[in-house]
Design a binder for this molecule. Structure first.
Ligand SMILES: [Zn+2]
Length: 320
């Protein structure tokens, strides 16, 4: 089968991961050696994407995604992200592209930043605006209506891999930032050890939500193409990397895919999930968790700091 890279139009692409079965469909990940990026094939149609992201499937209607202790962890992680940004910019105007439930923007707003966000889904956008009194626009890059140079910082936290045109998103970031402005972009790393080992069972593969699968080289090249100068690359993230290993190891053990993660999610269907789960899967999860937890922490530190191929990539870059 001939597949063309949507980023560089090169025809020759290799199959990296085969037969990822989700929602009664089968997907493959092709890898472009020129862009150093993986691409989900077939690419979901705009209609399929809309139904994937509608409120209640990707997020619950209340906007809460997880059980209480995890929510506390999410809040702490947003505080730490704020601190990392403030090493480069003490204060100013920030845009969070794909701002999710708005937790991060609310943290920034409470520190005196002027904040704005974008979201794909209108209902999610309206709920953020209502909950936190934050300006949120919808649509794709180019449709947001912000004048050029409107921001000092633009962030995209695990969003770029969801976009149908990641290149136009990075170009838009360059346009929206002031000269010397900061771009912070984070995605999972398709060339990480956890991805190479987990293959179609890797937790952060997240197909069909993830359309693109970046390597550090691929993401760096894309950012530099639009005249950004890379200041720093973070390869370890406490929120993403150890859990990526933990859920991948559980998946590799033959337990139903992402069962533990689905238990942590605060969705209405959790009771149904428990009644639909085999006793064997429950027992195996409970038995393996205490064993896999320390192993996951060690493995994620090893791949991030020694192999320099962590489960996630976070790039800090300045507009030149
Ligand atoms: Zn390509």
């Amino acid at each position: 089968m001939e597949v063309t890279c949507p980023l560089c139009n090169r025809i020759q692409m290799d199959v990296l991961i085969k037969d990822v079965n989700e929602f009664d469909k089968s997907y493959d990940v092709f890898y472009c050696g020129n862009c150093m990026v993986g691409i989900t094939m077939p690419i979901p149609s705009p209609n399929e994407s809309s139904s994937l992201y509608s409120s209640g499937t990707y997020r619950s209607a209340s906007g809460k995604r997880f059980v209480v202790p995890v929510e506390a962890g999410v809040y702490l992680a947003r505080q730490l992200r704020k601190k990392r940004i403030q090493k480069y910019k003490e204060q100013g105007r920030i845009l969070d592209i794909g701002c999710g439930r708005g937790v991060f923007l609310n943290v920034m707003k409470n520190t005196g930043w002027t904040v704005a966000g974008t979201e794909y889904d209108l209902i999610t956008a309206e709920s953020i605006a209502k909950n936190y009194d934050i300006h949120v626009v919808t649509g794709n890059p180019g449709e947001w209506g912000f004048p050029p140079g409107s921001f000092d910082v633009v962030t995209m936290n695990h969003v770029l891999e969801h976009m149908s045109d990641p290149e136009s998103a990075i170009r838009e970031c360059a346009g929206l930032l002031e000269k010397g402005g900061l771009l912070v972009v984070a995605t999972p790393n398709i060339t990480s050890l956890q991805s190479s080992l987990g293959k179609h069972l890797w937790f952060h593969l997240d197909i069909p939500y993830h359309l693109y699968h970046f390597s550090e080289e691929g993401l760096s090249t894309l950012v530099e193409k639009y005249n950004f100068h890379i200041l720093k690359v973070r390869r370890f993230d406490l929120e993403y990397c150890p859990f990526g290993w933990l859920q991948t190891l559980l998946n590799l053990s033959g337990i139903r895919k992402n069962l533990f993660y689905n238990f942590l999610k605060n969705l209405n269907s959790r009771e149904m999930l428990i009644s639909n789960t085999s006793k064997w899967d429950l027992l195996l999860t409970i038995t393996l968790l205490p064993l896999f937890f320390p192993i996951s922490l060690v493995l994620s530190l090893y791949e991030s700091f020694l192999l320099k191929k962590g489960g996630t990539i976070e790039i800090y870059a300045t507009k030149t």
